[in-house]
Write a protein that binds this ligand. Structure first.
Ligand SMILES: Nc1ncnc2c1ncn2[C@@H]1O[C@H](COP(=O)(O)OP(=O)(O)O)[C@@H](O)[C@H]1O
Ligand SMILES: O=C(O)C1=C[C@@H](OP(=O)(O)O)[C@@H](O)[C@H](O)C1
Ligand SMILES: [Mg+2]
Length: 192
């Protein structure tokens, strides 16, 4: 088991980026947000990558950046890596995650996810089929809430495959979630 990296996985809006920063603070290390790394490497926003080459172009950048992160030397152990919600879709990515670190699956209810990624008026936005936040391009032609329900069905087994632990993020603050993961990682590293 490689304890050098702690990956955070889970659907959009479950709090990977937010919890990742807090967890790295607790550990006195760094959080690398894979989406931000992709934008820096491509020199374009995620939205622009989707607009120019569709999801496929974005997934290729995501794979290339993950491969780099999984093989680069970690300066301060453990490196926290906040993945994007779809980084587990490719089999090769799941292998990279499993081989180069430990992974925690952040989970929230559909309602909480919808509120976080669509905003408080999500029911109305869903009815009007309005586009999501500029940072999170639509992934299907479904209405936004149905998209979450449908993609969770496909993705849940994949999040499960790569993860050694889970943490709920709809009943506790990001700091509490980070503390829970910190304690889990501490136990894991003292027993290995
Ligand atoms: N545990 C939490 N409790 C309440 N709000 C949260 C929690 N975690 C994240 N959020 C909020 O949810 C939104 C999405 O969080 P983010 O970290 O970007 O999720 P992800 O990276 O998984 O898409 C942000 O507005 C963030 O402040
Ligand atoms: O679920 C997905 O397919 C995606 C999630 C996003 O990251 P967050 O999960 O951090 O929002 C980002 O990688 C991209 O918009 C695709
Ligand atoms: Mg994120």
């Amino acid at each position: 088991m490689d304890l050098q990296r702690i990956y955070l996985t889970g659907y959009r809006g479950t709090g990977k980026s937010t919890v990742g920063k807090q967890l790295a603070n607790l550990l006195g290390t760094r959080c690398l947000d894979l989406d931000r790394r992709i934008e820096a490497s491509a020199g374009k926003s995620i939205k622009t990558l989707f607009d120019e080459g569709g999801e496929e172009l974005f997934r290729q950048w995501e794979h290339d950046c993950l491969r780099e992160v999984a093989s680069a030397e970690v300066e301060t152990v453990p490196l926290v890596v906040a993945l994007g919600g779809g980084a587990i879709l490719r089999e090769q990515n799941r292998q990279l995650i499993k081989q180069s670190g430990v992974c925690v699956w952040l989970q929230s209810s559909v309602e909480t996810i919808a509120q976080r990624i669509l905003g408080r008026g999500y029911a109305r936005a869903a009815k009007l089929n309005q586009p999501k936040s500029a940072h999170r391009p639509a992934l299907t032609d479904l209405d936004p809430v149905q998209e979450i329900v449908q993609l969770l069905k496909v993705r849940d087994p994949l999040y499960d495959e790569v993860s050694g632990s889970t943490a709920r993020t709809d009943r506790q603050s990001p700091r509490q979630v980070a503390l829970e993961i910190f304690a889990w990682y501490h136990d894991l590293s003292t027993s290995h």
